[in-house]
Design a protein around this ligand. Structure first.
Ligand code: DAK
Length: 265
């Protein structure tokens, strides 16, 4: 926890409990819109979490009535093409870092998840929405397109037809509709959002952490490949699992009819 405490965060709050880091976007006066400083804070946080042995899973949420209401429009109002490209490149690298973290990440979406906010949720492994969450990619209404990964991750998640509908119209969808599209895994009441996210994370973390990490790599990278190469990757990842102490512990515990005690080794 110490390194996370040393980051001097202003727009995001991080607390760690029982190996779960709760990353709370905390600029509620702007509905947690992503400005440059906030994106830089996300980089620092996820760099530390990657190395931090005391953190096995991450939950990302927002303070107030927004999860994240998108990129900070005021900051980008006067950007021209070159700055726009650089900014998109930076933001994409931030969300790639979240997607590539070899630990499970749940987005606990508490309110508006628009534009970059939806894309932040899309870079997480699993999305749990509060019943008052609202999703959307309204970029075309601003004369741009989703460029923090939205044109790529949304169609991969919900299919190109629905993604095109949402991206072309900019229409906002409530949690229940998002659930029906497969945009989110589950909808719960606002009070249940964090407890339900923690409960799901705990049900993940009772398993071998390295196996979860390898499964994440196999799924994420496999989605970019044809099935034959994906199966090769799966084989390699499985072989790496067989080299871990936790594989031995998991199988020994099963045979000995006891609960496995995984050590993340
Ligand atoms: N940026 C900056 N401030 C924002 C904001 C945003 N995205 N969203 C909300 N705020 C601010 C509001 O301006 C307001 O500030 P004050 O007026 O109080 O100072 C405060 O948050 C509260 O918002 P509202 O008063 O508007 O609250 P409401 O409940 O009435 O409405 C809303 C909530 C979420 C429907 C509304 O705030 C809204 O429509 N917000 C904008 C949603 C949006 O369009 N987000 C951006 C999506 S596009 C790039 C350039 C841009 C992008 C990407 C790349 N490059 C340069 C490469 C854009 C990406 C996006 O995310």
């Amino acid at each position: 926890m110490s390194k996370l405490n040393e980051l001097g965060l202003k727009n995001i709050e991080v607390t760690v409990k029982e190996s779960i880091a709760l990353v709370k976007m905390n600029r509620p006066k702007a509905l947690n819109a992503l400005n440059n400083d906030t994106l830089k804070e996300l980089v620092s946080i996820f760099d530390v979490i990657k190395e931090e042995k005391g953190v096995l899973g991450v939950i990302v949420t927002g303070e107030g009535k927004g999860f994240v209401a998108g990129a900070d429009i005021t900051q980008m109002q006067n950007y021209k093409s070159e700055q726009g490209r650089e900014y998109a490149e930076f933001a994409q690298s931030v969300f790639n870092k979240i997607e590539n973290l070899e630990k499970p990440v749940i987005a606990a979406v508490n309110g508006y998840a628009l534009g970059g906010g939806s894309e932040l949720a899309l870079s997480c492994d699993i999305r749990i929405a509060s019943s008052n969450a609202i999703f959307g990619q309204p970029e075309v209404s601003l004369g741009i397109i989703p460029c923090f990964g939205g044109t790529q991750r949304l169609p991969r998640l919900i299919g190109s037809g629905l993604a095109k509908e949402l991206i072309y119209t900019g229409r906002m969808v409530k949690a229940e509709e998002a659930l029906s599209m497969g945009y989110v895994n589950k909808v719960v009441s606002p009070e249940e959002l964090i407890p339900a996210s923690i409960e799901m994370m705990k049900s993940i973390l009772k398993n071998a952490p390295m196996a979860i990490g390898y499964a994440k790599v196999a799924i994420n990278r496999g989605l970019e490949m044809d099935i034959a190469n994906g199966l090769e990757l799966e084989k390699d990842a499985a072989a790496l699992c067989f080299a871990t102490e936790d594989k031995q512990e998991g199988m020994d515990a099963f045979v000995e009819k006891r609960k496995a005690e995984f050590k993340n080794r």
